[in-house]
Design a protein around this ligand. Structure first.
Ligand code: COA
Ligand code: AMP
Length: 666
């Protein structure tokens, strides 16, 4: 197969071009990956101690790894540090004060702003002073509910400066989800903005914040609120503090707020992620190990240099935003882009290329769904030649399976290596990837390549025995997990053990299934739990079922993820109504859709609710969600031997056909 470049010449695509490009990027040298991986395996503590030299410590560690501490051990025990110091102050002190730290580019509002490291220090120090005025101290929690604006990053760093712990909540979640998080982490202060802005609407935050605080049992004492000019905000007397006025006062006064030393093992943040119930899991990230791993990854995995521009087109509400919009690039001394927009529609499918040209982006990281959206809008890639993309060296994809069509389209149109890598909120950085900085390995499309140093990845059968190469199984990581991975769940050691460690003793269960080939390349095939991935967003079908089951007319329900050509997966809910319900079924279906949007939020993208007579079950009463999904996706399926009544599967197929839902029926 051959593709056309911007200049019109033909060029090969596929694994072939990847391999040659990757070789060119490393001056034709072989990758150092295998040597570095075995260096880590031979001496894990020595390896991470060496990488820790890239970080400023206030006090050195007693032990690189203390196996007796915490649930499975802790990294850099005894050390003291501060993540804000490493992300901001040390760069100013080391001569990077005038270098852009954050470039805010917001096609949705038409605004742009460049913030140097010196300016970042002033903003962060002033906001830290505001938080200190509100009584925030080391160890206190600060909840951040903000869209993609620079103040979201300032808020994270200001919290870290005080040694406090932030918890960022994504703007697409509804009040109930916000309340759940408030109740779990008990924030002393909430930092919010007046609104988020979506292409089709403004999203006012005040009604959601008010409703969440009303619902929550552990109410925060204060809210520091940034009023955006796009949307007014009426301050609640006694509760709300005006962000702009309070920060301005401290800037004027030149208030100094030193970085508070914390233990390397102290929490930097809590990030809630979907679990197998409606109760999200509070993933804890520590300070020391987090910085060490991210700093290493910027160089070895992403292959960028301090001072270069790194762009993660995600949201600060997700782990990608935490690690690679804020902390990774800033700890490393790179320039990060904070993009408030969408890959399409703000204003068109050329936005990404405009940003790359304008800010000279060296590496772009996004979810495959963003490229599917661009490809759908501009299949021929006509926007691409209009921009100078010569600064771009590589494209990194993660968050969901990178489908081969999208990978091939991206590499053909952009002419740079497209690097799939696999990770989770829990790990905070890649479990598997192709380390461009060490010299890229040949790409096998469909695989996120190989385990990163720090991760001993194995494939086990359900009984915990290793399976041969090429055989599908449970993907696990031998303990201990490397620096930056979660040491536990917030206030829930037992839940951490039961969710991740108990099923395969001695290993961390990723809850992904897949296989490893003869060359050690991993292939991630599916989740082993109820999690689905919608537009790169991780969602729990169990949580949606809990919401739907609360509808008074619903007797029982099942939510499955069905394949979607744009978002990867979409949730579809099957409802069995109570007998005697005589209202129009369509009315109830609409109510259920609204209920999920109101309770979980628009991000759930729950728009398909189908009333059915019965749900297919095993004789022991287990709903056959997997078989329903295969039918909806038009995949081959076998009649489960334990099915109670096979006719029900025909009924489900009939509803899908009639309603034109699922790849098998559209
Ligand atoms: N605040 C409020 N609402 C939000 C939101 C936010 N921060 N983010 C998304 N939503 C809303 C959307 O407006 C949409 O609402 P609608 O039902 O009224 O249209 C709904 O949540 C679903 O959002 P999404 O699934 O993202 O669909 P979309 O059509 O808005 O956008 C993409 C689709 C592919 C363009 C978008 O998902 C995207 O850019 N994804 C790639 C990058 C990414 O964010 N990855 C995440 C982790 S790396
Ligand atoms: P999150 O915690 O939101 O980052 O989601 C993590 C989950 O997304 C993983 O457990 C996988 O199921 C999926 N995922 C992330 N990256 C990839 C990838 N590169 N390939 C396949 N699945 C992925």
């Amino acid at each position: 197969m051959r593709g056309r470049s911007r200049t019109g010449e033909e060029r090969p695509v596929g694994n072939d071009i990847e391999w040659r490009k990757c070789r060119a990027m490393t001056n034709g040298e072989a990758s150092r990956y295998h040597a570095v991986y075995s260096e880590w395996k031979t001496d894990p503590e020595g390896f991470w101690a060496e990488q820790a030299r890239g970080i400023d410590w206030f006090r050195p560690w007693d032990r690189v790894f203390d196996p007796a501490a915490g649930v499975y051990g802790r990294w850099f025990a005894g050390a003291e540090c501060n993540t804000c110091h490493n992300s901001v102050d040390r760069h100013v002190a080391n001569g990077r004060g005038d270098q852009p730290a954050i470039i805010y580019d917001s096609p949705i509002t038409g605004k742009k702003r460049t913030i140097t490291y010196a300016e970042l220090k002033r903003e962060v120090e002033a906001l830290a002073a505001v938080l200190r005025d509100q009584g925030v101290e080391k160890g206190d929690r600060v909840l951040i509910y903000m869209p993609m604006i620079p103040e979201a990053a300032f808020a994270m760093l200001a919290t870290a400066r005080l040694g406090a712990v932030h918890s960022v909540v994504f703007g697409g979640f509804a009040a109930h989800e916000l309340a759940t998080r408030i109740d779990d982490c008990h924030p002393k202060v909430v930092i919010a903005a007046s609104c988020g802005i979506e292409p089709n609407r403004q999203v006012p935050y005040k009604p959601m914040l008010d409703a969440a605080i009303e619902m929550a049992e552990n109410k925060p004492a204060k809210c520091v609120v940034l009023e955006r000019e796009e949307h007014p905000y009426e301050l609640e007397p006694g509760r709300d503090v005006d962000y702009a006025a309070a920060v301005w006062a401290h800037m004027e006064a030149g208030t100094e707020v030193p970085c508070v030393p914390v233990a390397a093992t102290d929490p930097l943040y809590i990030l809630y992620t979907s679990g197998t119930t409606g109760q999200p899991k509070g993933v804890v990230r520590d300070n020391g190990g987090h910085m060490v791993a991210l700093n290493w990854s910027m160089d070895a995995l992403y292959g960028v240099k301090p001072g270069e521009v790194f762009w993660a087109a995600s949201d600060v509400g997700w782990v990608v935003g935490h690690s690679y919009i804020v902390y990774g690039p800033l700890v490393y001394g790179a320039t990060t882009i904070l993009f408030e927009g969408k890959p399409v529609g703000t204003p068109d499918a050329g936005t990404f290329w405009r940003v790359i040209e304008e800010h000279k982006v060296a590496a772009l990281f996004t979810a495959p769904t963003a490229f599917r959206a661009i490809k759908k809008e501009d299949p021929a890639g006509d926007f691409i030649p209009r921009y100078d993309l010569s600064s771009l060296r590589s494209l990194f994809l993660a968050g969901e399976r990178a489908d081969p069509d999208t990978v091939k389209w991206a590499q053909q149109k952009l002419g740079v290596p497209v690097i799939d890598h696999w990770w989770q909120t829990e790990t905070g950085w890649a479990i598997a990837g192709n380390p461009v900085g060490l010299g890229a390995l040949p790409i096998k499309i469909g695989s996120p390549t190989v385990a990163m140093p720090g991760y001993d990845v194995q494939i086990l059968d359900d009984e915990g025995h290793p399976v041969p190469a090429g055989t599908l199984g449970n993907i696990v990581v031998k303990l201990p997990l490397p620096p930056s991975c979660l040491p536990t769940l917030w206030n829930a050691d037992e839940r951490f053990r039961s969710a991740y460690l108990d099923e395969f003793p001695g290993y961390y269960k990723t809850a992904d299934a897949g296989y490893m080939d003869e060359d050690g390349y991993l292939f991630i095939m599916s989740r082993t739990d109820d999690i689905i991935n919608v537009a790169g967003h991780r969602l729990s079908t169990g949580a949606m079922e809990e919401v739907i089951a609360a509808h008074p007319d619903v007797a029982e329900c099942a939510v499955i993820g069905i394949a979607d050509s744009l978002k990867g997966q979409l949730p579809a809910g099957f409802l069995v109504l109570n007998s005697g319900v005589d209202r129009p079924v369509e009315e109830i279906e609409k109510e259920v859709v609204k209920l999920v949007r109101d309770e979980i939020g628009p991000v759930a993208a729950f728009k398909i609710a189908l009333a059915v007579k019965r749900l297919p079950k095993t004789r022991s009463g287990k709903i056959l969600r997997g078989t329903m999904q295969k039918i909806a996706d038009g995949q081959e399926w076998k009649m489960p031997a334990t099915i109670d009544d096979p006719a029900i599967l025909d009924e489900i197929g009939e509803v899908l056909r009639r309603r034109k839902v699922g790849q098998g029926f559209i």
